[in-house]
Each structure stands twice: as structure tokens, then as C-alpha cells.
Design a protein around this ligand. Structure first.
Ligand code: IDP
Ligand code: MG
Length: 140
């Protein structure tokens, strides 16, 4: 299987509870390597742009408010079949539906404050990585 990259965000509910390390540990134990990482305060403009695909969904406004409510950690993860590997360890969007052993089962507070973002395709991973990182920030 090919080594690929995906994009991850440790969301404000997790950084607020000092879970940056705990979440990263689960990603690493799932076979993903953090090849780029930075803690940022997202601007409203960034959050709106990043979640543009969800603009028509009823929770869009609240989601943007949540994503700017505190710092986040944006990361590029590398591993075999990275997009799927990350989605598997993240668990279902709603923590009530998430499997044991997943990040959202362990840490998510609600369907909105669900601790992590992960790209859903190689194409979106590429777009999302470029949204937050310059090529020279992907240090391996
Ligand atoms: P995903 O993060 O599992 O890929 P998406 O459907 O892409 O889920 O939704 C993006 C984000 O929007 C979710 O991670 C969550 O933070 C938020 N969200 C999704 N569905 C709801 C909802 O029904 N109410 C509130 N927030 C939601
Ligand atoms: Mg999604």
C-alpha cells in the first residue's frame, strides 16, 4: 500500500482540555507520522473558507464559531493509506456512534466539539494541506 499524506486538525475542545499530546499519541500509535505541525488561532475568514463545503448546512455558523473559539493544532500526517488510516482512528463524526479505541470515542464532547478533523479523500487532503501549509513547512 502506498505511503500518502492527510490533513488533521486538533480542534479547540481538545486543545482547551490539554489533549494535544494525548490525541497525537493516538495518531502515532495508529501508524501515522506528524510531518508538519503548528498551533494556530484560526481567523474567522480561515474557518469560513476551510468549511466552505458545509456552507449550506444548518450548523455552519456554529461550526465556524466553535473553530475560532480557541487555538487548534493543524498537522500533516503521513503513513500507509493515510486518509483512511486517520479516519479509522478518528471514529464516527458523532461520538455516540464512535467505536471503542477511537479518538472521538475517547475524547469528543459532542457531534460538533468532536476533537479532530481529518480529510476525507486524497484530493481534499492535498487542498487542505495547501490551505494551511507552505511546501517548506512539510519537514518530514
Ligand atoms: P467529519 O468531521 O467526520 O468529516 P463532516 O460531516 O465533514 O464530519 O462535518 C464537519 C464537522 O462539522 C464535524 O466534524 C463536526 O465538527 C461538525 N458537524 C457535523 N455534523 C454536525 C451536526 O449535526 N451538528 C453540529 N455540528 C456538526
Ligand atoms: Mg468531513
Amino acid at each position: 500500500m502506498a505511503v500518502t499524506r492527510t490533513f488533521s486538525i486538533i480542534k479547540p475542545d481538545a486543545t482547551r482540555r490539554n489533549l494535544t499530546g494525548a490525541v497525537t499519541k493516538m495518531l502515532e500509535e495508529a501508524g501515522l507520522r506528524v510531518v508538519a505541525s503548528k498551533r494556530i488561532q484560526m481567523t474567522r475568514q480561515q474557518a469560513e473558507g476551510f468549511y466552505e463545503v458545509h456552507k449550506e448546512r444548518p450548523f455552519y455558523g456554529e461550526l465556524v464559531d466553535f473553530m475560532v473559539s480557541g487555538p487548534v493544532v493543524v498537522q500533516v500526517l503521513e503513513g500507509e493509506d493515510a486518509v483512511k488510516r486517520n479516519r479509522d482512528v478518528m471514529g464516527a463524526t458523532n461520538p455516540a456512534d464512535a467505536d471503542e479505541g477511537t479518538i472521538r470515542k475517547a475524547y469528543a464532547e459532542s457531534i460538533e466539539a468532536n476533537s479532530v478533523h481529518g480529510s476525507d479523500s486524497d484530493e481534499n487532503a492535498d487542498k487542505e494541506i495547501r490551505f494551511f501549509f507552505d511546501e517548506d513547512e512539510l519537514v518530514g
